[in-house]
Structure formats: C-alpha cells, structure tokens
Design a protein around this ligand. Structure first.
Ligand code: N01
Length: 490
C-alpha cells in the first residue's frame, strides 16, 4: 500500500522542551513536515525556560547534554548555565523553522482514541480540538513545582517563591532569606545568593552526597578548534558519555564496596570545604551513596562557613507571618522564603485524561504505577508514544541519550504506520508485562531502594522513574521499533 499524502497523516507533539524539539527536528530531517507542536507556555525550552534561579545550570557537561544531531562547539563552559542552554534551544528551534509548527499557549487537556479511524482527538484548554494519527507526548516529568505541606506557609507576609518560578523583580540584596530544601536546585541557589543576602537560613531535612564539579571555562581557541575539527567535538561528547557510563555502577548499583568509593570521594570534598567538625557532622549523609540524586558543586558546602549563612537541621514546626519557627522553639525572622522543594513527578498520574481502546483511561492502566514498554508505549493506547516516560530516567548520565533512542524508536513507528498505511500499532500486553517484570527484577539490585526517601520513589516505595542499568543497554534495546512487539491493525 502506498503512503498516504502527508496532510492525511497529522502528528501531534505535546511539549516544546528538549524532547519535543528533538523529535520535530528528526521528523523534518526524515522529510516529515505534517506535525504540530502544542506548548502550554509562550516560549519553547521547558526546564530551561522555567528554571532561571541564580546558579541554575545542568550537572551534565554540555558537550553531552545537547542533541547529538545538533552539537554546538560554542559552549562557554563545561557545565553551561540555564540561560545558555535556553539560547541553544531557541537557536535550533529557529534554525529548523519550528515556530511555524508550534501552537503556543495551547495546553492539551484531554485525549481520546478513535479505533475506527485509528486517530487521536486532542482537546485544548481553549476549547479547540485537533486530530492526530500519532501523538508524541514530550511533556517532561520534573515540570510542576512541588510546594511543601508546612503549617502556616500561606500566612507568611514576606516574599515567597519556588526556585522554578524565580521572582527576578525581588532584590535579595541586604535581605534576610530562608531556603527550604537541599536538593539539586538548592545546591546551586545557596552559594549564589549567599554572597548578596544579609543573612541566609538553609533548612535541611536530609543532607545530600555532594561531589566536586570541576567546571571550567572553554577558551576561544578551544572553541575554534572544535569548530574547525568537529571530530574533536564528537570525541569530547563520547568521552564524557563513556566516563559517566563507567562510573554508572558506583552511582546506581546497591553494592557497598562501590558505594564506599563514592562516599570516600564525597567525604574528602566535605573535609576540604568545611573546617568545623560540628558542621561537617550535620552535612554528612547517613544513607548509601547514590540512593538520592548525587549533587555536584564546588561551593555549596563551603557556603556554610560564611558568617551570614546558618544551616538549620531542626525540623520546621510552623511558618508564621514574619518568619519560620523550628521544632526546638527557635524563631528566625526572614524577609523572603525560597522554596527549593522540587517537583511533582509527572509520572504519578496522567497529566490529563487520556482514553484509549475500549474507553479505558490511562489512570486506570496506571493504577498500580506508571508502566510502559521501554518507557514509551502503553498497551491499549495505540499510536501514542511517551518520551522521558516511566523508568527512563538515568541517575548517572545525560537523559538525552535516552531521549534520542526514543526519538529513533518513534520515527521508526511513524515510518511503519505511515508507509504501510496501518491504522494503528498497539504494544502487546504480554510484551509490556514481560519487559516490566524483568525491569523491576533488576530494580531490586539498585541503590535507590536502600532506605532513603527521594522523588525517584512512588509513595508505595516502587520505582517508576529510573532505568536500572547502563544507558548504552537501554539505547540498544529501545532505538529500533520492532514490529513483532506490537499488534498491527490495518
Ligand atoms: O528537588 P529535590 P530539586 N520540608 O526533590 C526538601 C533535577 N534538577 O528541585 O531530601 C523541608 O531533589 C527535600 O528534603 P528531603 C534533578 O533531576 C537538576 O532540588 O526529601 N524540606 C529536598 O532536600 C533533581 O533531582 C539540576 O528530606 C523539604 C528538597 O526539598 C530534580 O530536578 C538542577 C520539604 C527537594 O529536593 C529535583 O531537584 C535542579 C518539606 N516539607 C534540578 N519537602 C541540575 O541539572 C521537600 N523538602 C543541576
């Protein structure tokens, strides 16, 4: 059967962050232009549009944290800051003329599959609807800010904001400020605002393992060299990637000897950064290395040696109109509270009602937790592919390695459905179940289940967020669309 005319094969991409933009570029490269990107915000960028707090940067080197098919020799430093990553995304969006495909400020609020036509009807928040033969969901997981459930939070009359919604109109200089949380966001914010505020209280519930960052500025000469000899840029990318894979088992395996290696390095860093033994004791984690996300910073721990920074380890009792009261009865007045308490993981439930074959909703399919075949396809939800879906997050390397394999898989599926004139492809339930049984079996050997509390785990203790293994292994399994794994309906 011949491929249908392009306009008869509309594709919807939900979200214009790294995954959505990468998918769109690869579609264009494959000569497929019949796609529309729905973006609920007014600009592309996702994480890098939203996280603009002082010090926001990626903790994966930029030569690896960028698309392999759109590499840039111009990164200013090893770990680019958020603004530079956002500029990169804007530049590739414009280079590939993606704006004409994007419907900004249009949020998808419902999706329903029609078996007869093999198409999805997407409803937007503005009340419009769009019919797509294939949907690529690129909405991301760490998107919606999580607010802590602390008594009296709303009664605070000073300035209050979340790291992912930074208030740039509020000048912190000379203010008394509190930061709640000590995760990946806080570790970047704290040293960067400590220099300008009058006083900073950092409320730590659980200390984190921190390792040196070893950031560096790239010289103009180095960038010119990468421009002239792109092979060097590829080499830098692969070197960084393979180094992270090599270190992977230290970060993700539940193996005391390997964990001790990581802990030793981190403790040496703590000793070098903090002289006060009492302070060191408070900052030292009591859980296995890698159980929570490992943080990288050259100045976070050292911030606590500053006379204007206090580490508060006593739990918060209550927030009052002018400050924070801890359980030991101490009240610390502040002008501003910055909440660095992370995100509501998008995988906890579907982002909006999604109804597949036989009227079954994805919430129903996921009532025991989010599962998908290779993180992308859910049985009963044909022609729907998720990027950065269940169990596709890495604890040790660039998430984009996973994303690119997923894009290749989706492209394979689209070519098959379109090229063979199929109505739909639906991953076989048995294939999906077998994949996830094996995955959860391996999960038992991972460090994430050794007793710490983290966003990696669902409230019932199961893990539907991270991939239990090497990225290379996932790529080899996931990048090809294997027809035999899917039920094919013509
Ligand atoms: O959030 P988190 P994040 N009272 O969930 C604490 C990515 N990211 O925004 O550990 C007091 O890690 C909570 O305490 P505890 C990256 O994948 C990447 O920092 O639960 N404290 C914890 O300390 C990362 O993993 C980059 O005991 C409360 C903190 O808030 C993910 O985003 C940069 C509390 C939340 O830490 C999330 O990082 C930034 C409460 N009620 C983010 N509730 C880079 O690439 C929570 N906490 C560098």
């Amino acid at each position: 059967m011949n491929a249908p005319p392009e306009n008869d094969f509309p594709i919807a991409i939900i979200g214009a962050g790294f995954a959505g933009i990468g998918t769109a570029i690869q579609l264009k490269k494959a000569g497929i232009h019949s796609f529309t990107i729905f973006e609920r915000a007014a600009e592309v960028g996702g994480t890098w549009r939203d996280n603009t707090y002082p010090g926001a940067a990626c903790d994966v080197p930029s030569h690896a944290y960028s698309l392999s098919f759109e590499q840039s020799p111009n990164w200013s430093r090893r770990f680019a800051e958020s603004g530079e990553i956002q500029d990169y995304l804007l530049s590739i969006t414009d280079k590939w003329k993606l704006r004409e495909h994007i419907r900004f400020e249009e949020e998808i609020v419902e999706a329903r599959f029609d078996e007869d036509s093999g198409s999805w009807t997407l409803t937007t928040g503005k009340g419009g609807s769009f019919t797509a033969r294939v949907v690529v969901a690129c909405a991301g997981g760490l998107v919606n800010p999580a607010w802590p459930d602390i008594k009296g939070l709303q009664s605070f009359t000073g300035e209050l904001f979340h790291t992912a919604r930074w208030n740039h109109d509020y000048d912190l200089a000379g203010r008394r400020v509190a930061v709640i949380g000590t995760g990946a966001s806080a570790v970047q914010v704290v040293p960067n605002i400590a220099r300008e505020v009058e006083h900073l209280d950092v409320y730590q519930r659980t200390p984190a393992w921190v390792v040196p960052k070893r950031d560096k500025v790239y010289s103009e000469r180095f960038k010119r060299l990468l421009t002239r000899f792109p092979i060097l840029l590829h080499a830098s990318r692969y070197l960084k990637y393979w180094l992270s894979e090599l270190m992977g088992p230290v970060v993700f395996l539940d193996n005391e000897r390997l964990s001790k290696l990581g802990e030793k390095g981190s403790l040496a860093h703590l000793e070098a950064q903090v002289q006060d033994p009492e302070l060191r004791k408070k900052l030292k984690p009591d859980f296995q290395f890698g159980c929570k996300r490992i943080l990288i910073s050259d100045d976070y721990w050292a911030s606590f040696e500053r006379p204007n920074v206090e580490l508060v380890t006593d739990p918060i009792e209550e927030i009052k109109s002018t400050g924070i009261q801890s359980k030991d009865g101490t009240f610390r007045p502040v002008d501003a509270i910055i909440v660095a308490t992370g995100f509501d993981l998008g995988l906890a439930s579907a982002p909006f009602p999604i109804t597949g074959l036989g009227g079954r909703t994805i919430d129903d399919a996921w009532k025991e937790g989010a599962v998908a075949y290779k993180g992308m396809s859910v049985s009963g939800f044909p022609n729907w592919f998720i990027l950065m879906g269940p169990n596709t997050g890495p604890g040790h390397t660039s998430v984009l390695v996973f994303t690119e394999a997923q894009i290749a898989h989706v492209l394979g599926a689209i070519k098959k459905i379109r090229g063979k004139g199929l109505r739909y492809v639906n991953v076989r339930q048995a294939v999906q179940d077998r994949y996830n049984e094996k995955l959860q079996d391996r999960m038992k050997h991972m460090v994430w289940h050794t007793g710490c509390n983290s966003w990696y785990l669902s409230p019932d203790g199961s893990n539907h967020s991270l991939y239990p293994g090497f990225a290379a292994e996932y790529v080899l399994r996931a990048r090809r669309f294997r027809t035999r794994d899917y039920e094919i309906v013509r």
